[in-house]
Write a protein that binds this ligand. Sequence first.
Ligand code: GLY
Ligand code: MN
Ligand code: MN
Length: 434
Amino acid sequence: MDLSYLAKMPQEEFTARRERVLEQMQDNSALLIFTESEKRRNSDCDYLFRPDSYFWYLTGFAEPQSAILLVKQTNKTESIIFVRKKDPLMETWNGKRLGVEEAPKTLQFNEAFDIEEIKTILAKKLANLTACYYVRDLQKWGDDVLDEIAANNHKIPTLIDWQSILSEMRLIKSEFEIALIQQACHISSMAHIRAMKQTRPNRYELEIEGEMLHEFTRFGARFPAYNPIVASGENACILHYNENDGILKNGDLLLIDAGAEFAYYAGDITRTFPISGQFSEPQKELYELTLMMLQEATKLLVPQSSIKAANDKAVQILTEGLVRLGILKGNVTDLIEQKAYRQFYMHGLGHWLGLDVHDVGDYGAERNRPLQIGMVLTVEPGIYISTEADVPEQYKGIGIRIEDNLLITEYGNKNLTSGCPKDIADIEQLMQSS
Ligand code: GLY
Ligand code: MN
Ligand code: MN
């Protein structure tokens, strides 16, 4: 397998981000961020390590037990990284470390220290500052470090939350980030296509999950961006279903919500398709309605519009459609007013996408924040009809979601997941030809 195309973000981009953070900090302050800690899965086995997204965003460094300190004083700034020191024995067992000596040059920091010295160094560096940008309850081991410094009678300056600064920066993606997200979306699309081709009655949901993971790995994405949802039949009405142990029944739909994580960036695609390769009439009716919500909402996800405006349109289409199908009864305007659709569409239209699948950044009241060029978000309407719902029999137990990923551009938006089929004719043709 050739992995030479595995993207490496230029270190200058991380350095430039730290400089932008420093510009926004007040004088005589520091900013402190710890990465994730290693997590035990069971006994002496850990989960594979994945860095904290904010920490990665500012460093491009993926080792555990690391932290950074940016210091801003009048006419002087300083960037410091704390890393694990080299240790031949530990490296023989658990893998290579960058080490204190190499870190400043490789990661473009002014200085590096052994993480074991962090308390001493921090106590000294923070002593004469008036503020420290820090967020409690993100990394417990970081909180413990600060608490111990304070317990030893060292001064901790006033804490200021850095989340709004960094989340706003992460919300607008750079060219390089967009390329990585596009790649995550491509890989995710290919995995969904493979899943459609491999789906047959009597296979298990988790076999189809395996087909997707195989495709992710083949293209250099070792992890899914979140736990894949492979939900057949009425399992699709459980929004975060992930037992994935059901058997695929002829005549049911299969809803798959799965995305690859490529170079730490997430794809997030949902497709719903018939296990037999052919939609039944009631499935078709609900599918076409969901697709129309997605298509009309997508037209409104453009600069200066908002997720709220697009969702209002989707709700209008949904309510009209549900009345037409006899699933809701009454006047459309009144039903919208009463939010009658909520029992069948109980989640939001979409969310920011980036280093985290539910990426950071303010949404505004009711998600009315004006969209801007460089934002990336999902659009994911769904219709879920519980078996208990008081609706015509033929619709009971059907769950459908269709989810695409969009980049907001000067021309409107670019669909990053357009390579993944979603029209009924395209899905049926793909499935029946395989
Ligand atoms: N896969 C989680 C979501 O679609 O938001
Ligand atoms: Mn999803
Ligand atoms: Mn999503």
